[in-house]
Design a protein around this ligand. Structure first.
Ligand code: FES
Length: 355
C-alpha cells in the first residue's frame, strides 16, 4: 500500500495504487487548496519532493510546462504510483472542516431576481456522530436531487448563508441562476419545491474567509457569486473585523440585480462596510465590469486580501490584474464557476453550475 508523506507536517498517509492524490489528501483532512477538481484552476498545486505520480490531462494555464518540469503537479490530476513525498504550497491558512453527507429538505425557495433564486435547505440529518455541519464562509457543497425521471442530478453551489446559520439554525442557503434547460437549475420550482429532499456533500473549496487576516477585505462577485461573497463579508463583520470590507457585486443587466437591500442593511450596521452594484449595460447602479470598478477605486492593495467569485473569465482577468498591481497570489482567493462537464465526463465530481 503506497504512503504519501508530507515531511513539513510530519504526516504519513495511507493510499491505494491509482488513488487520486487530491482525494487522498481530502480523505485525511489535509488542508490543501482546491477548487475545480479537474485541472483548470491550478489551486491544488503541490510539489513532489520524492517519488512520482501519474498525471492526467490538465490545462497548461493551470500547470505550465516549466512548473511541471520543476516537479509541481496538480493533486486533482495526479494518480498515486507508489510512495511519494510532497510539499504543500501556501497552505498555512487553510481551514479543512470535515466533509459530511447531509440529508436536507427544501425549506423555502425565494425568487431574488428574474431568474435567480435563493434555495434554503433545512438540515434534517448529518452523518458522523450527529455533530453539527461546519463550513468556512466562501466554501461550496455538492447538491444532489432526483429529477422527474428518477435520475440523480448533482451540481456544486457555494453557501450563501453564514456558517453560524448552518451550525445553530440547521439552515443552508444557495443562490442559483435558473436555466429552464438546466439539468439541475431547471428543477427549481418543479422538483425543487418546499419539502423536497436534497442530499448535500461538503464542504469543499479553499477560497474561504481567512479569519486571522488583519487588513482590508475586498469581495468581488459576478452574478450569483454574490452568495459566497455575502457569506464572507457578513462573517467577517459579525466576527468583529474592523478594517474596511468592500463588496463589489457585478451583473450583466438590471433584471439580474439582487441583494441590494441586504447590502444596504450591512452598510447601515457596519460603518467599515461599503458595497457597489456594477451593471455592465448601465441600466442600474454603476456602469461597467465589476473587476474594473474595483481596480479603478483602489489605488493600492497593501495588506489586503481579495476574494473573487464568478465565471473563470472574470476570475482570471481580475486575478491577473491584481498580480500586475503587486498583490501576492496568496492574498487572492478565488473560486470560479466552471460549466458542467458533458455526461460521461467521469472523475472528478460535478463542478459548480452556472446554468
Ligand atoms: S486544478 Fe486541481 S482543483 Fe483546480
Amino acid at each position: 500500500m503506497p504512503t504519501i508523506s508530507i515531511p513539513a507536517r510530519a504526516l504519513q498517509l495511507a493510499a491505494h495504487d491509482d488513488d487520486n492524490l487530491l482525494k487522498v489528501l481530502r480523505r485525511h483532512e489535509v488542508p490543501i487548496g482546491y477548487s475545480c477538481r479537474r485541472g483548470e484552476c491550478g489551486s491544488c498545486k503541490c510539489a513532489i519532493v520524492s517519488g512520482s505520480v501519474a498525471l492526467d490531462a490538465c490545462s497548461e494555464a493551470a500547470l505550465p510546462p516549466a512548473q511541471r518540469a520543476q516537479g509541481l503537479v496538480l493533486a486533482c490530476c495526479a494518480r498515486v504510483r507508489g510512495d511519494v513525498a510532497l510539499r504543500l504550497i501556501d497552505s498555512d491558512d487553510y481551514i479543512a472542516p470535515p466533509q459530511r453527507r447531509l440529508l436536507t429538505r427544501v425549506a423555502a425557495l425565494e425568487q431574488l431576481a428574474s431568474e435567480v433564486f435563493a434555495l434554503r435547505l433545512h438540515i434534517d440529518y448529518v452523518d458522523r456522530d450527529g455533530a453539527p455541519f461546519v463550513f468556512a464562509a466562501g466554501q461550496y457543497a455538492s447538491l444532489q436531487v432526483r429529477n422527474a425521471d428518477g435520475a440523480w442530478i448533482a451540481r456544486d453551489f457555494s453557501m450563501a448563508g453564514t456558517p453560524v446559520q448552518a451550525e445553530y439554525d440547521d439552515l443552508l442557503e444557495f443562490h442559483i441562476r435558473r436555466n429552464p434547460q438546466g439539468a439541475f437549475s431547471g428543477l427549481l420550482g418543479s422538483v425543487l419545491v418546499p419539502g423536497a429532499t436534497v442530499w448535500v456533500d461538503g464542504p469543499h473549496g479553499s477560497a474561504h474567509f481567512r479569519p486571522r487576516h488583519a487588513g482590508a477585505l475586498y469581495a468581488v462577485a459576478a452574478g450569483t457569486g454574490l452568495g459566497p461573497m455575502l457569506s464572507i463579508a457578513r462573517t467577517a463583520l459579525d466576527n468583529g473585523k474592523l478594517e474596511p470590507v468592500r463588496l463589489y457585486a457585478g451583473f450583466r443587466s438590471a433584471d439580474e440585480v439582487y441583494g441590494v437591500a441586504e447590502l444596504d442593511a450591512l452598510a447601515r450596521t457596519f460603518p467599515q462596510f461599503a458595497a457597489q452594484i456594477v451593471v455592465e449595460d448601465g441600466s442600474l447602479g454603476r456602469r461597467g465590469r465589476v473587476g474594473d470598478a474595483l481596480l479603478a477605486d483602489t489605488a493600492a492593495f497593501v495588506g489586503a486580501k481579495v476574494y473573487l467569485a464568478g465565471s473563470p473569465a472574470m476570475v482570471d482577468s481580475v486575478a491577473a490584474a491584481l498580480r500586475a498591481r503587486g498583490v501576492a497570489p496568496g492574498d487572492v482567493h478565488a473560486d470560479a464557476y466552471y460549466p458542467p462537464q458533458a455526461a460521461g465526463g467521469g472523475e472528478p465530481s460535478p463542478p459548480r453550475s452556472i446554468e
